[in-house]
Design a protein around this ligand. Structure first.
Ligand SMILES: [Zn+2]
Ligand SMILES: [Zn+2]
Length: 645
């Protein structure tokens, strides 16, 4: 057999004997690479290091630094999990076991539930198998022969997959007692797994079908070293501590009640006051920035949603229609048609543009009952929505103003880091998109130019735009490094045409305005959930539902305590008097648990000096302060919406 030519990512080509393995290729480059390599990409296809190369091709060795490396490593860890489970529980039948964004899982059919103690045992067994350094051995079968083998082993789930998906000759991988119908690739052997941890077990269904076999899904995660795993586990702990569903209950901020239905949020008084502060801040900024505030109905005739196109392309996300005596009605999933109705209500001149219509618009979208998650995934929510109608020459200024506004929102709530994505069309498929090519060019150009001019780094997402226009997405990074989708600035070349929107230009002729949808918080509910987790429930003074709690040392200081609380309230602070007949320590602890920023203790000395003994939520004792001085300081913190104080 003649030698083959392999071309490396840097463009160099080397000659190798026919049938050389990818591992041998790595070794020829250096022992370090051979030790690090996990798999290889040959001719665009990912393969095992043990695979034999039989023709000339481009080759790239996959290491922990390659984007694909972690996924292969975690998928291999899922095999390790299954191998350990089969050693310990021969009655378990494996389903599927993919890598996920943050780890991996494996599904098993087994009548008896896995317990926490079982997970610990499985993890020990996994470590034992790592030490044994078992290879991920690739074997191939003819379909009938392979199927028979899996049938003999009683692996009915795997058999179903083989019947459905296997080629006439298919591959399987053996790791210890576990044989998996799998395309691969995998890492060479279990000894390469350096840091792996099982996290939890949860119920699942075969193929996600609720009528199919009940399965147990064991979740785990794996990293290339212990340090990264520890950091991840710490982040999971932090996320648990900050979980907005738990804090929402502990701090009495909101509830979601089965009697009313999943995904529908009840804002309790303490959550309500935070929402009011958020909305007040935004409304004042909207007005200062030339937006006009509007209100639109929550339901409208289905015909309106036919004109907008939602009844067609957005149907699956809408609640079903209601038949009234005059027509069918639709609960609104979006605010756009409402704002368009206002634009359309009279003949518009170029002098009225840009027209910026804003609304805290509550919308309802259908989500399956099983997928709801606290405030993050709901069926009813309020968008801080606005639509900008403008002339083409105004678009750059409008985009810049939107991005500035989004930045202000981020910094106001104390988010220091964010990521920006620019989604543009796939230039190769112009037929997929609504609107004229020149409009797209202008819009994409405006978005890109604005971001560059403002010095904002962004990721350009080719082909990610929706059919009706390009957009900018802003993702904030929270206190523990998690990204959350926040603001969107979205062009729309479709709706103005569908609704026949016009304005009379300076030339006296009718023109179609450009339309931009923009939401800064996105969903107020979701943003609130993110805020709760970002602050771990400890809101800055301007947002805190109770800003100060007044604590009389004993009953004889009650009158003075009342007057302090009264003065604070008269000065528009949210002050609460805790006059319960409890020990001072217990009341301080309760205020601390409720994350009240300021605890104001009053006794003889404070009454004499017309002041309070300040205890801060974060740093504890802050000593005596005259009441007037304290109020001046609080006012300053609140008016500047200080996040750090
Ligand atoms: Zn596999
Ligand atoms: Zn819209």
């Amino acid at each position: 057999m003649p030698n083959i030519q392999l071309t490396f990512p840097d463009g160099t080509t080397k000659e190798f004997p026919h049938g050389v393995t990818a591992l041998e290729v790595a070794k020829s480059i250096g022992p370090r690479l051979a030790a690090e390599a996990l798999a290889a990409r040959v001719n665009g296809r990912l393969v095992d290091l043990s695979s034999r190369l039989e023709e000339s091709a481009p080759i790239q060795l996959i290491t922990p630094n390659s984007p694909e490396g972690l996924e292969i490593y975690r998928h291999s860890s899922a095999h390790l999990l299954a191998a350990a489970v089969l050693e310990l529980y021969p009655d378990a039948h494996p389903g599927v076991g993919p890598a996920t964004d943050s780890g991996f899982f494996y599904d098993f059919y087994r009548p008896q539930p896995f317990t926490e103690a079982d997970l610990a045992k499985i993890e020990l067994k996994m470590q034992e198998l790592v030490r044994a350094d078992l290879p991920y051995e690739r074997v191939t079968f003819g379909k009938d022969e392979g199927l028979k083998l899996f049938e003999e082993k009683g692996e009915f789930l795997k058999c179903e997959l083989i019947r459905e998906k296997a080629e006439p000759v298919f591959s399987a991988y053996r790791t210890g007692k576990f044989l998996d119908f799998c395309r691969g690739p995998h890492i060479p052997s279990t000894g390469r797994i350096k840091a792996v941890k099982l996290l939890s077990v949860a119920g699942a269904r075969w193929k996600g079908d609720e009528h199919s076999h009940p399965l147990q899904r064991i979740y785990g995660t794996a990293f290339f070293n212990q340090k990264e795993l520890d950091a991840h586990l710490h982040q999971l702990e932090e996320a648990k501590r900050r979980d907005h569903r738990r804090l929402g209950k502990d701090l009495d901020l909101f509830s979601i009640q089965d009697e009313a239905g999943p995904g529908l949020v009840f804002w309790h008084p303490k959550g309500g006051i935070i929402r009011k502060e958020i909305e007040d801040f935004l409304r004042a900024e909207l007005l200062a920035r030339g937006y006009e505030l509007v209100y639109t109905p929550h339901v409208a005739r289905l015909d309106l949603w036919k004109t907008s196109g939602h009844a067609n392309f957005y149907r699956e996300n809408m609640f079903t229609t209601m038949a009234l005596d005059d027509a069918e009605y639709q609960l609104k999933p979006m605010n756009c048609p409402g704002h368009i109705m206002i634009y359309k209500s009279s003949r518009r001149s170029y002098r009225e543009l840009p027209m910026r219509l804003a609304e805290f618009g509550t919308v309802y979208r259908y989500e399956r009952s099983g997928v709801m998650h606290g405030l993050l995934r709901v069926r009813g929510f309020t968008q801080d929505d606005a639509h900008i109608f403008c002339a083409p020459e105004q678009i750059e200024d409008e985009i810049a103003a939107c991005v500035e506004f989004a930045k202000l929102v981020l910094t106001t709530f104390g988010f220091e880091r964010y990521e920006v994505e620019l989604s543009v069309r796939d230039a190769a498929e112009p037929a997929k998109y609504a609107g004229a090519a020149e409009d797209w060019e202008r819009a994409e150009g405006a978005l890109e130019k604005t971001l560059s001019r403002m010095g904002i780094p962004f990721k350009r997402m080719e082909g990610e735009a929706v059919f009706y226009g390009p957009k900018i997405d802003v993702k904030l990074i929270d206190a523990i490094g998690r990204p959350w989708q926040l603001s969107t600035v979205q062009f729309d070349f479709s709706l103005p045409v569908r609704f026949g929107l016009e304005y009379v230009g300076a030339d006296g002729r009718a023109h179609t305005p450009l339309m931009v949808h923009r939401a800064l918080l996105g969903s107020v509910e979701r943003f609130f959930g993110v805020l709760i987790e970002h602050y771990a429930g400890a809101f800055p003074l301007w947002l805190a539902p109770v800003q100060a709690v007044v604590l009389p040392v004993s009953e004889k200081h009650l009158d003075y305590a009342r007057s302090v609380a009264g003065e604070l309230r008269a000065a528009k602070f949210r002050a609460h008097l805790d006059d319960r007949n409890e020990k001072l320590n217990a009341r301080v602890r309760d205020a601390q648990l409720q994350k009240v920023p300021l605890m104001l203790v009053v006794g003889d000395r404070e009454a004499q000096g017309h002041g309070v003994a300040v205890r801060r939520r974060d740093t504890g004792d802050a000593g005596f302060r005259p009441l007037a001085e304290l109020m001046g300081w609080m006012r300053e913190l609140i008016d500047t919406r200080a996040v750090k104080w």
